[in-house]
Ligand binder design. Structure first.
Ligand SMILES: [Zn+2]
Length: 390
C-alpha cells in the first residue's frame, strides 16, 4: 500500500493547540539523562534487561531517536542526543520540546508520581502550559481506608472526596482496575467485598502499605466511581489494553466494561477508554454503538511504532471521529511528550489522508475531523475552563 502524503493535513493542523487528555508529571529539572533512562522511557518493560539489551533494537525507539534528533538538529544517536540535551539549559530545553507538542492544556494523572516529579502547580509554572488534574481512583480509595469501618462508609467517603476534588477543579476520574483485577466487571459480591475491606483495614491499622486488589473490591470501586462521575458530569477514564506487565493483558479488554454501558442506572456516564491497543478495534466497536464511549490510542502511539499508525487506521474503521481523543500518555522526560505528539499527528494525518485518497471522505471533512480529535472532542467531553469550543 502506498504511503499517503500526510504533509498537507499536518500543515493544516499547525494552528491547532491540542488537548492532551491523558499524561503524567514531568521529572523535576535539572537532571542529567542517561542512555538507560532514555531507553526506559520508551518501553513498558519493568525488567531492566529489556532497556539494557533490547530497546535499542525496537522500531519505536529508533523512530523516537529520529524525531528527537530532528528537533535538536543532530545525529539520531543516543550519544548525540544526550550530549545536546545534557549540555542545554534544562528549563529552556524542556520548554522548546514541550512547545513543539503544540499543547493547549494537559490533563494530568498524578497516580504514579514519584518524589522527583513536579506537582500539578509546579508543572504549570515550569512548562507554561495550563494543567488540570485527573483523580486516580485507587490511590484516593487507599488513602481513605482508615476513615471508614465498613465498605459502605468507605464508598461514601470516596464519593465525597471525588466531589470535593472536582469542586476544586479536577476534570475527571481515572481507574487502573486493569492493574489490580480483571477488567471484566462482575456484579459486586458483598461477602467477598467485606472480607477484602477488613483485611485492608487491618493493614491500615498496622501502618502497612495498602493496595486495593481483586475483583470484589476493585469492581465495586469502579461502579461507585461511575455513579459519582455520572452525577458530577465528568468522564471516567479507564486504562485498558496495553500497559506494563503488572497487568494481565488477557483480562484488559474494554469489552469487560459492558455493564457500565448497558445498565440504565449509568445513563449519561461518559467513559474514556485509554490506550486500548491491541483491543483498539473492540474499543472502536464500543464507541460506535454506545453514546458514552470514547477512546484514545495513547501508548500504542508511540510505543508500537508503525503498528500505532495501523491502529489509528483500524480505529477509524468503526470509531466515529467525534469520539477519538488525543493523548500523549507521556511522563518524566520532555522527549517523550515531543515524540508522542509528533507521531500522533503523523498517524492521524496518515489515516485521514488515506480516507481522502480513497474517496471515503472529502478533504474538508478530514481536516475538521483531525481538529476534533486533537482538541474539539476533549473540549466537549471534559469540563474545561474555556468551555466546549471547537
Ligand atoms: Zn498513563
Amino acid at each position: 500500500m502506498a504511503v499517503s502524503d500526510v504533509r498537507p493535513l499536518l500543515e493544516l493542523w499547525e494552528d491547532v493547540r491540542a488537548v492532551d487528555h491523558h499524561c503524567h508529571p514531568l521529572r523535576r529539572w535539572p537532571f542529567q539523562l542517561t542512555e538507560l533512562e532514555l531507553r526506559s522511557a520508551f518501553t513498558e518493560a519493568i525488567d531492566p534487561a529489556i532497556a539494557e539489551h533490547h530497546v535499542i533494537h525496537t522500531a519505536a525507539y529508533q523512530g523516537a531517536l529520529h524525531r528527537i534528533a530532528a528537533e535538536l538538529h543532530c545525529d539520531p544517536s543516543e550519544g548525540a542526543i544526550l550530549g545536546r540535551r545534557n549540555a542545554a539549559d534544562p528549563a529552556s530545553y524542556a520548554r522548546q520540546l514541550l512547545g513543539r507538542t503544540a499543547t493547549e492544556v494537559m490533563l494530568v494523572d498524578q497516580g504514579f508520581a514519584t518524589g522527583d516529579a513536579f506537582t500539578v502547580e509546579e508543572q504549570q509554572q515550569a512548562t507554561g502550559i495550563p494543567q488540570l488534574e485527573i483523580i486516580r481512583l485507587e490511590t484516593l480509595a487507599e488513602n481513605l481506608v482508615k476513615t471508614a469501618s465498613d465498605p459502605r462508609e468507605w464508598f461514601a467517603n470516596i464519593r465525597a472526596a471525588l466531589r470535593a476534588d472536582v469542586g476544586r477543579g479536577a476534570v475527571g476520574v481515572k481507574t487502573i482496575c486493569a492493574y489490580r483485577a480483571s477488567l471484566k466487571l462482575e456484579p459486586v459480591d458483598t461477602d467477598a467485598l467485606g472480607v477484602a475491606f477488613s483485611s485492608l483495614r487491618l493493614r491500615a491499622e498496622r501502618g502497612e502499605a495498602l493496595r486495593v486488589t481483586g475483583n470484589a473490591i476493585c469492581h465495586a470501586l469502579v461502579f461507585e466511581a461511575a455513579k459519582e462521575c455520572q452525577e458530577l458530569e465528568v468522564p471516567l477514564q479507564v486504562h485498558c489494553g496495553f500497559g506494563d506487565p503488572d497487568e494481565d493483558l488477557a483480562d484488559a479488554s474494554p469489552l469487560g466494561l459492558r455493564p457500565l454501558l448497558i445498565d440504565h442506572a449509568y445513563r449519561g456516564l461518559r467513559i474514556a477508554l485509554l490506550h486500548c491497543y491491541p483491543y483498539h478495534r473492540e474499543a472502536a466497536y464500543l464507541c460506535s454503538v454506545f453514546p458514552g464511549a470514547y477512546m484514545d490510542l495513547s501508548l500504542a502511539i508511540p510505543f508500537a511504532a508503525l503498528d500505532g499508525v495501523r491502529a489509528m487506521r483500524e480505529a477509524l474503521g468503526l470509531c466515529p471521529t467525534s469520539k477519538l481523543l488525543y493523548a500523549s500518555d507521556a511522563t518524566r522526560y520532555p522527549e517523550v511528550y515531543l515524540v508522542a505528539a509528533t507521531l500522533h499527528r503523523e498517524a492521524l494525518g496518515d489515516a485521514l489522508s488515506e480516507l481522502v485518497e480513497r474517496r471515503v471522505m472529502s478533504r474538508s471533512v478530514a481536516v475538521d475531523a483531525g481538529r476534533q480529535v486533537l482538541a474539539g472532542n476533549a473540549r466537549r467531553l471534559y469540563p474545561l475552563p474555556n468551555g466546549p469550543g471547537q
